[in-house]
Design a protein around this ligand. Structure first.
Ligand code: ADP
Ligand code: MG
Length: 235
């Protein structure tokens, strides 16, 4: 098993990463000396108490935020100190994000939401249409393409969000409590969908409070007070 993993290239490599927030005259040490390698195709659950730094870490992994110090190598390139414009470009091509509260655009249909990242990336309309159809089919929502978010169930909204997050063909999917706002059955559907994409090669990092979901991952990383407290296979 170990050898199998050693052969895989690390898509993410963090070394001595910190993230400090200055709040008035107080320094909040949200991440402290985090070192972490994630092989291509890994399926990692990020767990830990509220305030332990899970979202901060996910935002840095997703190039939504930058470390205060330390190194972040993504796909072989140091990205920890890149300017925002370059980070946005990397984000658009390599990273998909899924959030607890979906973050869909309310006035756009399911298809319109999935199309959005491709419009921002300058992809032509004919190709956009084809890829929207493909992405909605992949999450089982072909028949809901013209529905707005308020005409969809929570589980369906999250599946639209997953279609939007993956339509650009990212190598990494980052999900911050993707089932936190769903009933059990819809939550299971969403996690099974994410797992199917992982089996097809997508690297997945899921923040969760749910031990059952954590237990499904290949690897559980626990954060306490901004530090990694354990990292290993689920029991
Ligand atoms: P978690 O997702 O594990 O609940 P967070 O990563 O959101 O934790 O937060 C970690 C710590 O960093 C907390 O103490 C939080 O208050 C602090 N923090 C997060 N974001 C900011 C920010 N933008 N400004 C100041 N402090 C922040
Ligand atoms: Mg959080």
């Amino acid at each position: 098993r170990r050898d199998e993993r050693a052969e895989r290239r690390d898509v993410i490599d963090l070394k001595g990463l910190t993230r400090h927030f200055q709040v008035g005259d107080q320094t909040v040490r949200a991440l402290q000396d985090v070192s972490l390698a994630i092989p291509d195709g890994d399926y990692l659950a990020l767990m830990g108490p509220s305030g332990s730094g899970k979202s901060t870490l996910l935002h840095i992994l997703g190039c939504l935020d930058r470390p205060t110090s330390g190194s972040y190598v993504l796909d072989g390139h140091e990205v920890g100190s890149l300017p925002e414009g370059d980070l946005a470009e990397i984000r658009s091509r390599k990273i998909g994000f899924v959030f607890q509260f979906f973050h869909l655009v309310p006035r756009l249909t399911a298809a319109g939401n999935v199309e959005l990242p491709m419009i921002l990336a300058g992809i032509r309309p004919a190709e956009r249409r084809a890829r929207v159809a493909q992405a909605l089919a992949a999450v089982g929502l072909t028949d809901r393409a013209s529905h707005r978010p308020d005409q969809l169930s929570g589980g369906q909204r999250q599946r639209v969000a997953i279609a939007r997050a993956t339509v650009m063909g990212p190598s990494i999917l980052l999900a911050d409590e993707p089932t936190g706002n769903l009933d059990r059955a819809s939550g299971r559907e969403v996690i099974e969908l994410i797992e199917r994409m992982n089996r097809d090669g997508l690297t997945v990092v899921v923040v969760t409070h749910d031990p059952e979901i954590g237990g499904r991952a290949r690897r559980i990383l626990k954060l306490v007070d901004g530090r990694i407290s354990s990292d290993g296979r689920p029991a």
